[in-house]
Design a protein around this ligand. Structure first.
Ligand code: SAM
Length: 294
């Protein structure tokens, strides 16, 4: 009950707040503000925050998630590219709330995760209703910084989330699925209808958890090669795995690739979307056992 009360206190009416400040939502910055208190409540419940948690929020906006999260955690680092929204959010915060926060204005893609990790001497939790145009580069940033991150609770466009969680033999299964599922255990949490936002986006969303403390069971010998093999395999989805790899891996001849596939018991006529993560791990180690792919 206490939690529901807090969430309702955090509920904002974005339209009214923006109108009062004389500003319009900026499409370019993916400004679709969360309005539904039931959704905010569910996100917080699924996140299971702890009083010692240090959280980085991606795009704090008008504070729809920020304010309700604050009572449950130790410190929140709010990143936001739109300086006007930071000003509005600061006005909505009590002194006590401000004391638990750091604001970083600017592009989250340039944020130094290690600096925050070092400052608090602990793994960070990430939360955010992501501006959708940065989904792919932000994911890449998370993967690069995975050693500083405990987990990430993120809202993505529904179709993007489906690609992240897709399994082999599905049309959504691609390089993004294989590489993301290699580095983190990904669990779909909540599907969110477009009506939960102002302004209403054209598509629905999905909240996912990416747990970087639980990567894939098996490890690749050389992760650079693993990623390159996966990307090359999916470079021509309609071709056979042999043809895609021949095109995507410049240093290896068709014969070498065919030999490696046979050694891994992979039929060269299969397509990239039928191979499992284990098969990609094995294939990358055979294909370039003694070198890093240029
Ligand atoms: N968290 C708020 C909510 O749920 O209502 C806002 C979410 S809105 C989908 C995305 C927010 O990210 C916007 O406030 C936008 O200004 C901000 N933003 C967009 N691009 C960004 C970037 N590269 N770095 C940091 N913030 C960004």
């Amino acid at each position: 009950m206490a939690q529901i009360k807090k969430v309702n206190q955090g509920l904002i009416v974005s339209k009214a707040l923006l109108r009062k400040s004389g500003i319009r939502p900026r499409k370019r910055l993916g400004q679709n503000f969360l309005e539904d208190p039931a959704v905010i409540e569910k996100i917080i419940a699924h996140a299971g925050f702890d009083k010692n948690d240090v959280v980085i929020e991606i795009g704090s906006g008008l504070g729809a998630l920020t304010i309700p999260i604050l009572p449950y955690i130790h410190h929140l680092v709010a990143t936001e590219k739109d300086l006007l929204l930071i000003t509005i959010l600061k006005e909505r915060l009590s002194l006590k709330e401000k004391g638990k926060m750091t604001f970083i204005s600017g592009d989250v893609l340039k944020l130094d995760f290690k600096e925050i990790y070092d400052k608090f001497s602990k793994k960070i939790r990430i939360v955010g209703n992501l501006p959708y145009n940065i989904s792919s580069p932000f994911l890449e940033k998370l993967i690069i910084n995975r050693n500083y991150i405990k987990n990430a609770i993120l809202m993505f466009q529904y179709e993007f989330a489906q690609r992240l969680t897709a399994k082999p033999k599905n049309k959504e299964y691609g390089a993004l699925s294989v590489i993301s599922q290699y580095y983190a255990r990904i669990s779909p949490l909540i599907k969110i209808k477009r009506d939960a936002f102002y302004p209403k986006p054209k598509v629905d969303s999905m909240v996912l958890e990416m747990d970087f403390t639980k990567p894939y069971l098996h490890q690749a010998e050389n992760e650079v090669n693993f990623r390159k093999t996966v990307r090359a395999a999916f470079s021509c989805r309609r071709k056979t795995i042999l043809n895609s790899l021949e095109r995507g891996i410049v240093f290896a001849s068709r014969e070498m690739i065919a030999k490696a596939l046979t050694k891994c018991l992979i039929d060269p006529k299969r397509r990239a979307e039928t191979l499992t993560i284990d098969e990609y791990i094995h294939l990358s180690s055979i294909l370039m056992s003694d070198k890093t792919i240029p």
